[in-house]
Design a protein around this ligand. Sequence first.
Ligand SMILES: NC(=O)c1ccc[n+]([C@@H]2O[C@H](COP(=O)([O-])OP(=O)(O)OC[C@H]3O[C@@H](n4cnc5c(N)ncnc54)[C@H](OP(=O)(O)O)[C@@H]3O)[C@@H](O)[C@H]2O)c1
Length: 238
Amino acid sequence: MSKKAIIVGASSGIGKALAIGLVKQDYSVGITGRRKKELEEIQKVKPEAIHILPSDVTQATATADLDQLIKNLGGLDLFIFSAGVGYLNEKLGYDLENRTNQLNVVAFTKIMSWIIPFFQKQGHGHVVNISSVAQHRGSKLAPAYNASKAYQTNYLEGLHQKMFAENRNIHITDIRPGFVDTAMAQGDGLFWVASKEKAAKQIYRAIKKKKAVAYISKRWVIIGRLLSLLPKGVYKRL
Ligand SMILES: NC(=O)c1ccc[n+]([C@@H]2O[C@H](COP(=O)([O-])OP(=O)(O)OC[C@H]3O[C@@H](n4cnc5c(N)ncnc54)[C@H](OP(=O)(O)O)[C@@H]3O)[C@@H](O)[C@H]2O)c1
């Protein structure tokens, strides 16, 4: 029987590439996002293996929608949270900061608080979140984005520790991309930009190996380490 996965935020970008990659590996995949048309286009890749459900993860109906998607799939082995927003917000407009937090922090937490008990009850499962290399330091350009990603990685580490302490057969994977060629990658001076397909392949390998943390593409681990090591006095001048 094929394995079953859900990807929240799969109407474009990394989530879409992952959905297409997973069906090629014989997964049945349930995909969500707000844009119905985009989801319908992706479903055409392999209609018998792709279940779609347009859903806004920041809305109160989000977990009921996902319960329905699990029913449509007939079970769940792998859950991927790839929904995310981030805005360049040098003026610190609260609306943009709040939109980032509502998805990357509030909805993310709601979904983690729903999926972990589901997998605990089932006795097995794998939770994957797409955070970012940005989680390593603050940002003068997009303060809420970097802070929200730091929240996610810290939260995932807590979940990882909790699953270990409880001796659960539940794996937690924190995916930390650098730049990936999607609508999300904004601004000048981008470098080491990975294609969505390359990113999806590396993420799939990390999932198969049940890695706790993976940088995408792999060399971004160097930037992650450098960012962590940079003294505040140097970092503030960048
Ligand atoms: N691209 C990069 O360079 C990069 C680097 C580091 C980390 N990341 C992270 O990777 C993740 C995926 O981003 P991406 O690069 O693939 O960008 P993307 O193409 O913009 O994908 C974002 C996805 O999130 C979904 N989404 C946004 N708001 C949503 C909501 N309220 N409810 C449900 N789904 C929602 C979007 O679907 P709808 O608009 O249809 O709702 C879309 O499918 C994000 O968490 C991002 O922070 C990206």
